[in-house]
Design a protein around this ligand. Structure first.
Ligand code: DAH
Length: 355
């Protein structure tokens, strides 16, 4: 009986397993030796060439080698699995002492916040928000507001013309005319219109060639100057503090008659006189008036049946007053060092309010 083949298989297995350093290679080795076409199975197949007497001993020897190989593979497998687990644990270690990544919270832009506060106030009074166009026609920006082509008051607003008939709107007032026109002569109209406007100004601390305005318009039967005054009084208290009072001074705008300029009592010195109110105790915040009959008529409303009031304010100036900002250009130069001073607070407010 030739048992050299068995020894050879065992020898070659011993050589091979000593090189195996991972579970994949071990699995391959298992197939190579114990699989259906493996070397140990091959040894078994030799049985048929042996005599009946030789078979039991030969079979026992092959079984011995099979057990030897099976156990060796198992032991090796355990060692390799252990090593793999340890490697994985080492790789996935979390250092709980590392500082976390901080989540940085954005800040509301003080101008956007001011516009939103003003919108909230008027929405609460039942106003709707209307929109117009930043590129506007001469007709809506001027003519429909009682400013015909040669009107000297056009010079009050240095205009960026795009062509003879188109321009960058110099105020949000054209939205008045557009909104009324769309109503086809039927009231009520109750809108505010926040938006960007443009003027050919040289930029400095208080002037910007692009800034924002909020227009307001109410048209209905029996609208009176007292309605305008009451509305603006509430507005002043809401935005600048409950003790504020307002003062109306006669003024001139082509689209309103009578026209007024509206001051609030100074929130800083409470009227005594300081640098914010330039010693007068009063701060000018907006222009307003009763809608001129010509404006109503041009937009399709009958001035004998309807009357209305309008106002226009500059949120830039209001935000500058409210937050103590000295240069309008801060709003538009997007310096994070500026914006980050107005961090959001948990109740949705902003810090750094001067009022
Ligand atoms: N449009 C004016 C301006 O830009 C502001 C204004 C004044 C608007 C009086 C109005 C108003 O609606 O009634 O200076």
């Amino acid at each position: 009986m030739d048992t050299a083949g068995i020894l050879e298989v065992r020898q070659s297995f011993d050589d091979a397993i000593s090189d195996v350093d991972n579970l994949n290679a071990l699995q391959q080795l298992k197939v190579e030796y114990l699989g259906k076409k493996g070397k140990v199975t091959g040894l078994m197949k030799e049985m048929k060439n042996l005599s009946n007497e030789e078979r039991p001993e030969y079979g026992a020897k092959v079984n011995e080698v099979r057990t030897y190989i099976t156990e060796a593979i198992e032991r090796r497998g355990e060692v390799l699995e252990e090593a793999a687990l340890e490697e994985k644990l080492r790789e996935e270690t979390i250092d709980v002492t590392l500082p976390g990544r901080t989540f940085s919270l954005g800040s509301p832009h003080p101008l956007s916040r001011t516009i939103e506060d003003i919108e909230d106030f008027f929405l609460g009074l039942g106003y709707e928000i209307a929109e117009g166009y930043e590129v506007e026609t001469d007709y809506y920006n001027f003519e429909a507001l009682n400013l015909p082509k040669s009107h000297p008051a056009r010079d009050m607003q240095d205009t960026f013309y795009i062509s003879e008939e188109t321009l960058l709107r110099t105020h949000t007032s054209p939205v008045q005319a557009r909104t009324m026109e769309a109503q086809e002569g039927r009231g009520p109209v109750k809108i505010i219109c926040p938006g960007k406007v443009y003027r050919r100004d040289s930029d400095d601390a208080t002037h910007s060639h692009q800034f924002t305005q909020i227009e307001g318009l109410v048209v209905d039967r029996n609208i009176r100057m007292s309605d305008l005054k009451g509305t603006l009084e509430l507005f002043a208290k809401e935005i600048f503090g409950a003790e504020r009072e307002i003062r109306l001074r006669p003024s001139y705008f082509p689209f309103t008659e009578p026209s007024v300029e509206v001051d609030i009592s100074c929130f800083k010195c409470k009227g005594a006189g300081c640098n914010v109110c330039k010693g007068t105790g009063w701060i000018e915040i907006l222009g307003a008036g009763m809608v001129h009959p010509n404006v109503l008529e041009m937009a399709g409303f009958d001035p004998d049946e309807y009357s209305g009031f309008a106002f226009g304010m500059g949120p830039d100036r209001i935000a500058m007053l409210k937050y103590g900002i000295e240069d309008i250009r801060h709003f538009y130069t997007n310096d994070l060092r500026f914006i980050n001073q107005f961090k959001a607070t948990e109740d949705g407010g902003a810090t750094n309010e001067s009022i």
